[in-house]
Write a protein that binds this ligand. Sequence first.
Ligand SMILES: NC(=O)C1=CN([C@@H]2O[C@H](COP(=O)(O)OP(=O)(O)OC[C@H]3O[C@@H](n4cnc5c(N)ncnc54)[C@H](O)[C@@H]3O)[C@@H](O)[C@H]2O)[C@@H](O)CC1
Ligand SMILES: Nc1ncnc2c1ncn2[C@@H]1O[C@H](COP(=O)(O)OP(=O)(O)O)[C@@H](O)[C@H]1O
Ligand SMILES: [K+]
Length: 464
Amino acid sequence: MRGLWTTARVRSAEERVLAVTPPGALMRRAAFGVASVALELLGGRRRVGLLVGAGNNGGDALWAGHHLRRRGVAVFAVLLAPERAHPEGLAAFRRAGGRVVAELPPVDLVVDGIVGLSARGPLRPDAAEHVARLDAPVLAVDLPSGVDPDTGAVDGPHVRAHTTVTFGCLKPVHALADCGDVRLVDLGLGPELGGPDLVELELDDVGAAWPVPGPEDDKYTQGVTGVAAGSATYPGAAVLSTGAAVLATSGMVRYAGAAADHVRARWPEAVCTGSTTDAGRVQSWVVGPGLGTGLSAEAVLRGVLEAGVPVCADADAITMLANNPDLWDARDPGTPLVLTPHDREYERLLGPVGPDRVAAARRAADRFDAVVLLKGHTTVIAGPDGRTLVNRARSSWAATAGSGDVLSGVLGALLAAGLDPVLAAGCAARAHVLAAELAADGAPVPASVLLAALPDAIRAVRPL
Ligand SMILES: NC(=O)C1=CN([C@@H]2O[C@H](COP(=O)(O)OP(=O)(O)OC[C@H]3O[C@@H](n4cnc5c(N)ncnc54)[C@H](O)[C@@H]3O)[C@@H](O)[C@H]2O)[C@@H](O)CC1
Ligand SMILES: Nc1ncnc2c1ncn2[C@@H]1O[C@H](COP(=O)(O)OP(=O)(O)O)[C@@H](O)[C@H]1O
Ligand SMILES: [K+]
């Protein structure tokens, strides 16, 4: 697991560490880290440019320039706010033979020290002009300037980093936005930080949590997944969602709905019936993909919410809950509910997602007392207890029709297996991203092909 801490938490930890550290020591350690990574990226080339803002982020860049000069690198600095440039950093940079210039000459690497933790909004026009002219790879100090440190939101000109060197701990931006390769320099903040605000699951975490049958297990003991999805108009959603549940875990999957013949034909191992009322017992329900939103779909949703087992409500189920709030009353308050909206479905529930996806997911989790998995390139999972996971895709090939149906089936299977619902959502999202990567391998991947890559994704995360 990788923890991420908001700027407010970082600041308070830094304050306590600064109080017991010689002045300037933390900055010099941070800058030394930047210079080391710069040398690695330079690989023997010898010209570096610095973009230096008004604060300590610029100070880091100037001290890094000082270290690089000592290693014989030619270093040029543009001071975006000359009168407010970090005084000790600037003096050290000049002493070491660094040159202050109005505009960067051709260089092999640019160090972005424009703005760090104090960043607000996109790059200001003068900084944006310098950034627009760059053609060398950028090493960002702490975070790519112009990207919001706490939300990862980008709302105008910003730096695109090849690599980011951050200090003390990871911040939300490092999981929520593209920071290139992220390197962490230890500043000894650990003991002062406390628990993280956000968590990113790593593949090992997913592998360790994935249900594996033991010698005593049979098809029932591992949890039976129920899928209430699909319709005469949308049988494909039922086939995809059921198939994902079949492939995600061992055990049994029951399908109930109008697409039973289609599901049976594709997944002979699924136990299919025409209706949820005669489906038999299950340990979780997936409800919604391709179900429709008419009266019969509402009756299905109501029945599933009353069933007293964990429910993953996706797609049309979310639309029905948004359109007809009485449906919430059917819910058994003691059993977990996971909602998996994309942004437009979220908007039906609570209005626009806005630039802060973490806050949006938390708002919904709190409002509906549910686990909310807000889908997208950056997926955010929030539990009603405040736990929050983030999962950023490496590519966007999963943005294809039906891929959400696959996600719902995986999630339903993990709920049936008894995983904690926040962890189930996190594991499902991570495995889905991995399956998309493996299946796409640089070309479009239809949802049925993404689905077929699930076993490879599970194999890849499982411990050897
Ligand atoms: N506090 C500490 O102990 C340490 C801090 N360090 C560095 O200090 C940084 C934070 O420094 P500061 O708090 O001085 O502030 P920053 O350097 O992040 O920001 C400085 C100034 O940039 C301007 N600015 C804000 N948004 C901007 C935008 N969108 N475009 C252009 N300019 C903008 C503002 O005038 C702001 O005050 C960290 O990111 C890190 O790089 C490191 O030296 C490690 C130790
Ligand atoms: N730009 C993107 N990059 C990566 N993954 C994405 C992107 N957009 C959507 N996804 C993922 O693809 C899936 C789409 O789900 P959804 O919108 O419900 O599609 P559908 O209803 O067609 O199944 C989700 O898992 C989501 O996280
Ligand atoms: K920066």
